[in-house]
Design a protein around this ligand. Structure first.
Ligand code: ADE
Length: 282
């Protein structure tokens, strides 16, 4: 999978991308992350990328020309390729900001949503990132990520260049660089081969719609704190059952909201009823 990242702070990316799992994934050719410095496309002699907002007020606004120039020089000019809408299965629930993929981002002859390259602006105004969105985005062979800085970006970037806007949560950072790394990380680990364990992403918190069960490793006792006996029993069926129950218990206690949409079996529902009754008794 390919990522094209457009940023005014390209130096923040290598330390993370050159570490651990993402580094190995890059070396093995499973992901290719290209960092583009938007400043390189600022046409004036001082390479200015921001300006005062029309209408006054504080803060600076990211200029439209360098961002368009950077993205179009890497992805191809606006207007080529085919006009392809997103598939109907795209999550639009949080803010509805997943929009039509514009012609420039869809190579001719590969006119499926998956073949197109979404142009994603990282902004606190976007739809809130989730495991579900990571699973949706991993279907694309290529993603373009634009990292906003300053007070915001010229609205024409949003209106005419960007196809999707994503926030990593309801708080405001100084820029979109950390959010871009978060997307790259969460999406890359879903690509087969990126994690050492092929099933590594399957039990993750949120992948199943539930929080993950607790983990333990050696030693079996530390400062008098043991490990649940069942995990040492070698009985895999019982361990699976215990883990599922722990997942349900954790989700019930910490993230009741997730249970509304998690796929639950009849047995899960019975277990949840018991957990609820325990709470009522105590
Ligand atoms: N830029 C600043 N804050 C952000 C956030 N919460 N998510 C995505 N991009 C951002």
């Amino acid at each position: 999978m390919e990522f094209d990242v457009f940023s005014l702070l390209p130096e923040v990316f290598p330390p993370y991308l050159n570490s651990s799992i993402l580094h190995r994934a890059r070396q093995r050719g499973l992901i290719d992350v290209r960092i583009h410095n938007i400043r390189d496309w600022a046409a004036d002699k001082h390479h200015v990328t921001d300006d005062e907002p029309y209408g006054g007020g504080g803060g600076m606004v990211m200029k439209v020309e360098p961002v368009f120039a950077a993205v179009e020089s890497v992805l191809g000019p606006f207007g080529s390729g085919e006009d392809v809408p997103f598939g109907d299965d795209v999550d639009r629930t949080s803010t509805g900001s997943a929009r039509r993929l514009t012609p420039s981002r869809c190579p001719a002859g590969r006119a499926t949503p998956e073949a197109c390259c979404p142009v994603i602006l990282l902004t606190p105004q976007g739809r809130v990132f989730s495991q579900k969105i990571a699973m949706e985005l991993v279907r694309h062979p290529r993603l373009a990520l634009i990292c906003g800085r300053y007070e915001g970006v010229d609205e024409r970037i949003r209106e005419h260049l960007v196809t999707d806007e994503i926030s990593i949560g309801d708080y405001v950072l100084t820029g979109g660089e950390l959010p871009a790394l978060i997307l790259i990380d969460a999406i890359s680990r879903l690509i087969p081969g990126v994690l050492g364990d092929p099933d590594g992403a399957m039990d993750d918190s949120h992948a199943t719609g539930l929080l993950e069960y607790p983990h333990y490793t050696r030693p079996p006792e530390y400062r008098g704190w043991g490990v649940p006996e069942i995990l040492l029993s070698g009985d895999h069926a019982k361990i699976e059952k215990w883990r599922r129950e722990q997942s349900l218990r954790r989700t019930f206690k910490r993230r009741l909201d997730l249970l509304e949409s998690a796929p639950l079996s009849e047995t899960d529902r019975k277990v949840l009823k018991e957990i609820q009754e325990e709470g009522e008794d105590s």
